[in-house]
Design a protein around this ligand. Structure first.
Ligand code: GLP
Length: 237
């Protein structure tokens, strides 16, 4: 594990963006697995800046998002489709047919999950996966459970995740109870994983990186990843 300690959110975002830029410079047709949530927002801003400065080109890149709420259409303000469009895709030169996100409105959930795993295989796996970490230790939407789920699956979100994500939804609007998420096979198969943690993730990050490896704290599996880079604010250490 390579841990990079940074002193501010600004620096976290900058360092993370630089990792993505380096990856795309090395391999312009990289497959990037992308996260949502508050943590990577600054990284996306920095990537847009670098794109405008001509320092990065998304023209050949592919993106596969980690997860999506079940039941939300792509235009819904809280869907991860919409988030990605606003935070990155509308602002850079990524080809629309190189963008993949699970379809929250898929009629057949099992088929959707299988198709997503086949897609990752067809793309020859993920070159760089960007992850945040949930307050309960979830990565993507792999929630604490009795076992590690291997493949893309439909997951019932934990009450704590629903509560944590309620802040993004307007008053009276319910957070979906289910979501599609990549499983641990995609996470562990990614050639490099970039885990981002702001100061608010201090306790859970420590347990994830140095505690027991257990599906009760899904991020702990990352201890076994051969190429993990953690970028965290000093206070998160
Ligand atoms: C969300 C996402 C995760 C994200 C996590 C932390 O629910 N599904 O991919 O990493 O929660 O989010 P935040 O960065 O807002 O704390």
């Amino acid at each position: 594990m390579n841990k990079i300690l940074v002193s501010s959110y600004e620096q976290l975002s900058d360092t993370a963006a630089e990792e993505v830029v380096n990856q795309l410079t090395k391999k312009p047709d990289s497959v990037l697995a992308l996260a949502t949530g508050s943590t990577p927002k600054g990284m996306y801003e920095k990537l847009i800046e670098r794109y405008h400065e001509g320092k990065v080109d998304f023209g050949q890149a592919y993106t596969v998002n980690l997860d999506e709420y079940q039941g939300l259409p792509a235009e819904h303000l809280q869907s991860y489709h919409y988030y990605m469009k606003k935070q990155l895709f509308d602002e850079v030169n990524i080809a629309s047919d190189h963008i993949y996100i699970p379809n929250g409105l898929a009629e057949d959930a099992r088929q959707e999950c299988q198709a997503y795993d086949s897609l990752i295989e067809r793309l020859n796996g993920i070159d760089l996966m960007v992850l945040g970490i949930g307050r309960n230790g979830h990565i993507a939407f792999n929630e604490p459970a009795a076992w590690f789920d291997c493949n893309t699956h439909l997951v019932r979100l934990s009450e704590s995740t629903i509560q944590a994500n309620q802040r993004f939804f307007s008053e009276g609007e319910e957070v979906p109870k289910y979501a599609y998420t990549m499983g641990m096979k995609a996470v562990m198969g990614a050639k490099q994983v970039l885990l981002l943690a702001g100061a608010d993730k201090h306790n859970i990050l420590k347990d994830a990186l140095y505690g027991r490896i257990t599906s009760a704290l899904p991020a702990s599996i990352l201890q076994l990843h051969p190429n993990l880079v953690v970028i965290c604010e000093e206070k998160a250490e």
